[in-house]
Design a protein around this ligand. Structure first.
Ligand code: NAD
Length: 285
């Protein structure tokens, strides 16, 4: 999948629940090397070092660098320090929940809106710009997005940023194609990470997915599925794919209206029965 022994930079590690962590581990599983980036030493101490999901040995085995993507010089220095790489994952977002994710989309906290845009969208262009010289024989850049064609409650300015991020993916893909650098995004279903927990009433999104997704969607376990797709988009099996948004969301994004009760994902016993009896009736009764 990913290039064996190739170096991949996975940006946006906060703790072991971060999507970045799952993607990095998947890259390693396929034989790639990973440098994770954490926003700052302070955040590493507060979240990563205190996280009890990993043993001290597992934590020590990770190669970690620091990079705040709003500081151009930190992004530049990071990629200069690292040298040649095969790909980069931008798994980063932030919006002040008090102002940008409230009940009312209107806010006069314009600086918060700008900051959210800088971190969650524009920083991808900065990362791509400084990563580019390190991908002389081509490479892959991957961002993480969330369904932006629909409006979800409270997601407000983050939804706006995700739409902009997806437009930026296409613009970068167009500009970098001739240098054999591909730029794509994964649109993931809701996963229980710290960023997700900052969204007011985030459990609502999980409930929505239970109503919408034809495939079962697990907000804890399906990070692995996102990581699998990331390995595909970062590696050699996707060399003609660029500028795309790949939906890893259990199919929620293609469903019109709510799923009928009989279309809902089955539990394992029901599924076994359905398979045995040759499928499911859509008659509703
Ligand atoms: N969790 C979900 O349900 C979900 C679904 C779809 C897409 N996403 C996207 O996945 C990406 C990763 O989020 P996550 O869910 O793993 O949460 P997370 O909180 O683990 O990761 C978000 C990361 O962004 C980093 N970050 C914020 N500001 C930064 C800055 N100035 N410089 C550098 N890093 C900064 C944080 O430190 C953190 O590591 C985000 O783009 C998020 O929008 C998440």
């Amino acid at each position: 999948m990913v290039q064996k022994d190739g170096l991949y930079v996975v940006m946006g590690l906060l703790d072991a629940d971060s999507i970045a962590y799952a993607i990095g581990q998947e890259i390693i599983r396929w034989g790639g090397q990973v440098v994770y980036t954490v926003q700052s030493d302070r955040l590493k101490r507060i979240f990563f070092d205190r996280s009890d999901k990993l043993t001290a040995e597992e934590k020590a085995a990770l190669r970690i660098e620091f990079c705040d993507v709003t500081k151009e010089v930190e992004v530049r220095d990071l990629f200069e320090r690292l040298g040649p790489i095969c790909g980069v994952v931008h798994s980063i977002a932030f919006a002040n929940p008090k102002t940008c994710l409230g009940e009312d989309i209107f806010t006069n906290a314009v600086d918060d809106i700008k900051n959210a845009f800088h971190i969650s969208c524009a920083s991808l262009a900065t990362v791509a710009h400084y990563a580019l010289p390190q991908m002389k024989s081509g490479g892959s850049i991957l961002a993480l997005t969330f369904e932006s064609r629909k409006a979800f409650p409270f997601y407000n300015w983050m939804g706006v940023n995700k739409a902009a991020l997806e437009a930026l993916v296409r613009a970068l893909a167009r500009q970098y194609g001739r240098l054999l650098v591909r730029v794509n995004a994964i649109s993931a279903g809701p996963l229980l990470t710290r960023a997700a927990k900052a969204i007011p009433h985030h459990a609502h999104l999980a409930r929505t997915w239970r109503k919408l997704a034809p495939l079962p969607w697990d907000v804890l376990e399906d990070q692995t599925e996102v990581a699998n797709a990331a390995a595909f988009l970062l590696g050699k099996l996707s060399t003609k794919i660029t500028g795309q948004i790949l939906y890893v969301d259990g199919g929620a994004s293609i469903v019109g209206g709510d799923l009928l009760p009989q279309e809902r994902p089955q539990d394992e016993d029901e599924l076994a029965e359905l398979v045995e009896h040759g499928g499911l009736s859509l008659s509703g009764d």
